[in-house]
Design a protein around this ligand. Structure first.
Ligand code: GLU
Length: 506
């Protein structure tokens, strides 16, 4: 029988199933598991965080999902010390443990057919009982089992204790006790398939709860932190671990993340995969900060770095009640980190954003349409230039995401979308002579912020206008809208040719 001696080592794991992309809830659990290991490392303890891919659902698991999970973990810098381990590569080990359990009598073959089990459950329901496996194939002293029916390949069931209860002190929910009477003899291996039988195998595919147990045992997991959608699995897993003579890990079940409507956060509420947030222009440190606060607290702190999470996260202060996803708060957190980010870093991220957008341009010479025909416009990616870090510096304060920042930046590289209502309100016939007067000055003045400010001031003095009367229409002409950073700074970044071209469109 496999037994593993525990030391004072701390070992946590995240065990995503690659049936979909890394969900925000799983990312948050990963963050807690990572932080707990980091916390102990910093205290000088031996601590590891492990990535395990639970890919036994062959029909629904995909390599694309595995890749995306790893990509998302990397992006959040949730660095794992061991793994990724793949359950599909550990089948021989699970079968080995099942064989040991069959020998030890903690598991047994059950030959009951699906029809028989249905009839059993119907009869139980008719008697007003809770449907459960009645142990008909479970060996017991003095019990005479029927001869295995010919041609039936059995499942393997775990011989769950008949009496007593399972109790654990959940690090999030507190003490939990489940009576063993509530627990069936769980199927731990399905019937062997025809092909596997032909290969001489006798134990079929091991089931989910069983693989988790063997992995947690073999990987010497000391702390299982996971979503509370798994809380029903825990008493079963504990019983199997006990049957294997293992020391139990500590369990902590964190409540689900809810959408704004109070339902479990799902695709219905919008993006739920971590990389979608990356692509939508969120910074990894903002995601880490926001996810950590969903269900965990450190005093009244709202803003903290990953290093601080690791320093403070000792597995306590996890909320018992579910947290609600708050997109506005995430935006607030992200805008905080955007202000902190260097202009060069933002420029690199905005470049990525711009490359994913396209602009309609005339085709290259030579590829033109036939004589007299208008050329068909083609889509090209938006390319930035050396001004981009300066554009980021000027606009980052007013942006929640790098995607929003990219929209501002794009206004320097492509024709911005014009706010028609603002255009009609501000770019009036009455103001056009003043715009032309400003354009005249801009045609010759030196191109630096102070000279541009002077040109604006002189135009105001000459026309008797107030700053907003001139600045608003000029902003609409330059950037498509009336609210922008200070006009001299925007003009400077536009550069003379572009500024004049846009002002002439008045
Ligand atoms: N594979 C499970 C999931 O994706 C996690 C199981 C566990 O943490 O024990 O939810």
């Amino acid at each position: 029988m496999t037994t593993t001696a525990y030391t004072s080592t701390i070992r946590t794991r995240i065990a995503p199933s690659p049936t979909g992309f890394l969900h925000l809830g799983t990312a948050r659990t990963a963050l807690f598991c990572w932080a707990f290991a980091q916390h102990h490392k910093a205290l000088g303890h031996d601590a590891q965080f492990i990535l395990r891919i639970e890919d036994t659902d062959e029909a629904r698991s995909t390599q694309a999902a595995v890749d995306q999970i790893i990509e998302a973990m990397d992006w959040l810098e949730l660095n794992y010390d061991e793994g990724p381990f793949y359950q599909m590569q550990r089948m021989a080990r699970y079968r080995e443990v099942i064989a040991q359990m069959l020998q030890a009598g903690t598991a047994y073959h059950c030959y009951a057919s699906p029809a028989e089990l249905d009839a059993m459950r119907e009869a139980q329901k008719a008697r007003g009982e809770k449907p459960r496996y009645d142990g008909r194939w479970r060996p017991a002293p003095g019990k005479l089992l029927p001869a295995p029916p010919a041609g039936v390949r059995p499942v393997v069931r775990f011989a769950n204790p008949m009496d007593g209860e399972v109790t654990w002190n959940d690090t999030v929910k507190g003490p939990i006790t489940i009576s063993n009477k509530e627990l069936d003899d769980l199927i731990i291996a399905r019937p062997v398939s025809d092909e596997a039988a032909a290969r001489g195998e006798t134990v079929g595919t091991p089931t989910y709860n069983f693989c988790v147990v063997v992995d947690d045992l073999d990987m010497r997991i000391t702390h299982v932190i996971r979503g509370d959608d798994h809380v029903n699995n825990t008493p079963r897993q504990i019983n199997i671990l006990k049957a294997l003579g293992a020391q139990l890990p500590q369990y902590g079940h964190v409540p689900m993340i809810l959408g704004p409507d109070g339902e479990k956060l799902s695709k219905r509420h919008g993006a739920v995969s971590v990389t979608q947030y990356r692509d939508a222009g969120y910074l990894p440190e903002a995601m880490m900060n926001y996810l950590a606060r969903l269900g965990w607290s450190h005093g009244d702190d709202e803003l903290f770095t990953s290093a601080q999470i690791a320093q403070w996260f000792d597995g306590t202060h996890l909320a018992k009640s579910p947290a609600q996803w708050d997109a506005a708060k995430l935006n607030w957190v992200n805008s905080h980190y955007m202000k902190q980010a260097s202009d060069e870093r933002l420029a690199a991220l905005v470049t990525q954003q711009l490359l994913s957008r396209t602009v309609e341009v005339a085709p290259a010479e030579g590829a033109a349409a036939g004589a007299g025909e208008a050329p068909t416009m083609v889509a090209a990616p938006i390319t930035a230039d050396a001004r981009l870090p300066h554009i980021c510096a000027l606009f980052k304060d007013r942006c929640d995401t790098t995607a929003a920042l990219a929209t501002w930046a794009a206004a320097f590289y492509t024709t911005p979308q014009r706010n028609e209502a603002e255009y009609a309100q501000h770019v009036t016939d009455a103001i056009k002579p003043a715009i032309a007067a400003l354009a005249d000055k801009l045609a010759t003045c030196p191109w630096d912020k102070a000279s541009l400010a002077a040109a604006i001031k002189e135009t105001l003095a000459a026309t008797g206008l107030k700053m907003p009367q001139l600045a608003m229409p000029v902003r609409v002409l330059l950037m498509g809208k009336a609210q922008t950073p200070s006009l001299d700074a925007v003009l400077e970044l536009c550069g003379r040719p572009l500024a004049l071209e846009r002002l002439q469109k008045a």
